[in-house]
Design a protein around this ligand. Structure first.
Ligand SMILES: NC(=O)c1ccc[n+]([C@@H]2O[C@H](COP(=O)([O-])OP(=O)(O)OC[C@H]3O[C@@H](n4cnc5c(N)ncnc54)[C@H](O)[C@@H]3O)[C@@H](O)[C@H]2O)c1
Length: 445
């Protein structure tokens, strides 16, 4: 098909670069004036996510739409590392208000420890700016309500970066459900299993502390609860959950503060050598003096106070029933997700790091009642091999490129962020109390 040369998208317009824009400006000065300004973003929390995905890689993936104008972290050494990684020109701060007043961003990206997102999201809105929050949006009921109330009061717009909505298999499932391939949805079974590398990593870090992560039901499962809310297209009503710490924490045979200095290195089946990574050494070990935080913390620390094994049931307003489980100490890694509907069933199997499979394969099986199964792979065009299978690139463009359409409703705002966190908060409350917890006990929209 012949392309209409006059109908440029914003992306194509930006791609011609400075020469093209100067040339256009000479021919018609109004053309240069029409070039849209880039969004000026500041980042709070310059750990690995803030300094790579939303730092260096944001410039790489959406640099024609975004300028990073400020960096902030409570650790002065770590924010300095991020500044260096970004080329040395972006000003760095340890105070959030000071940064916002000095650099006057359009938007703030919040990539701090989970339990602190709510404070920065609210503070950003109070500054009259639009926050972009990493998941989970919040980890406590009080925080959820505060965010809802602050958004109402300030009228600001929030984006929550649920990149798992942008995974190839997740998008394919959404397409099948929207097309009515299995009729009315009755139930979903979602099984998440993390291996002794990835799963264990949560227990080495701040994630193993409930006060920092809100347990893996807020931290990790916030992706999955959001996917469920999006696929089911309804609101969660009540949650019953159980959890146990089986493998890590007090269950370990020996312990120390961290791996690097541990006298039990040889005896430990999960010893991890952080010194083999230059990136980890610069971003964490070289910054330890400032905050005492060990990125290679011991998996068997007595202070670990979250389960590694979870079982959750969620009931939805449209009567869909969900059974969810998470195991963070499995011998291999992946997901098994099943959708049962009035006309058939969808089985999703995501194979990540399994001994008998090619890594990162995804199989989706659609079986209509009384018909043969059809096995389909997720669209290979969507399966780029880096940063969560390309999901991170796609979400950045959706947030910052105004020309990107949203036919699958993947943009996630306040309600999505709140509802995902609310299931996690209701889940750990149910584990703590042994009772079923209603979402309206956690937050009211
Ligand atoms: N969507 C995804 O796929 C994905 C992947 C990884 C991490 N994340 C999220 O990104 C966030 C950051 O994770 P990470 O792996 O980079 O962790 P990290 O520990 O590497 O970084 C967190 C940073 O926040 C800083 N910090 C802590 N409290 C602060 C405060 N009160 N004010 C300012 N800075 C503070 C720390 O010093 C650290 O530099 C988390 O919320 C995590 O859930 C999302």
């Amino acid at each position: 098909m012949q392309q209409d040369q006059t109908a440029w998208t914003r992306r194509e317009f930006c791609r011609v670069g400075a020469m093209g824009i100067v040339g256009a400006a000479l021919a018609d000065p109004r053309a240069a004036l029409a070039a849209p300004a880039k969004t000026r973003v500041a980042i709070v929390g310059t750990g690995i996510r803030g300094s790579t995905t939303w730092g260096m890689n944001l410039v790489r993936d959406a640099g024609e739409f975004v300028d990073i104008v400020g960096l902030c972290d409570v650790n002065p050494d770590r924010v300095e590392v991020a500044r260096r990684w970004l080329g040395g020109a972006v000003p760095a701060f340890t105070g959030f208000d000071e940064m916002v007043r000095a650099v006057r961003p359009d938007r703030v990206i919040v990539t701090t420890v989970d339990a602190t997102h709510a404070d920065y999201v609210c503070r950003t809105m109070d500054f009259g700016l639009d926050p972009i929050s990493e998941k989970p949006l919040c980890t406590q009921a009080e925080q959820a309500q505060r965010i809802v109330d602050t958004e109402k009061r300030t009228g600001r717009r929030l984006d929550v970066t649920f990149n798992a909505r942008h995974e190839a298999s997740a998008m394919k499932v959404k397409e099948l459900l929207l097309a009515g391939e299995i009729g009315d949805l009755y139930s979903v079974n979602y099984e998440e299993f993390l291996d002794l590398d990835h799963g264990a990593s949560y227990f080495r870090r701040w994630h193993g502390l409930k006060q920092a992560s809100g347990t893996l039901l807020c931290h990790k499962a916030s992706h999955h609860f959001d996917q469920l809310n999006w696929w089911i297209d309804s609101d969660p009503v009540e949650v019953t959950a159980r959890g146990r710490l089986n493998r890590y924490g007090v269950n370990g045979p020996q312990r120390h503060a961290n791996c690097r200095l541990c006298p039990h290195k040889k005896a430990c089946d999960l010893y991890w050598d952080i010194t083999s990574s230059k990136q980890m050494m610069e971003l964490y070990v070289d910054c330890e003096d400032q905050d005492g935080y060990f990125r290679d913390g011991c998996l068997y620390r007595r202070e670990i106070n979250i389960p590694d094994t979870y079982s959750v049931q969620v009931t939805y307003a449209n009567h869909v029933l969900v059974t969810y489980s998470l195991n963070a100490a499995a011998p291999y890694e992946g997901q098994a997700i099943v959708f049962n509907g009035s006309k058939g069933r969808i089985d999703v199997r995501n194979y990540n790091r399994q001994p008998w499979q090619v890594p990162h394969e995804s199989e989706i099986r659609l079986t209509r009642s009384f018909k043969d199964s059809v096995v389909m792979a997720a669209d290979p065009q969507r399966g780029e091999s880096f940063e969560h299978g390309g999901a991170d690139q796609r979400i950045k463009r959706m947030i910052f490129d105004p020309g990107v359409a949203d036919p699958l409703a993947q943009r996630a705002g306040l309600k999505a962020g709140i509802m995902s966190s609310a299931i996690g908060i209701a889940g750990y409350t149910s584990i703590d109390t042994g009772r079923t917890v209603r979402i309206e006990e956690v937050v009211r929209l």
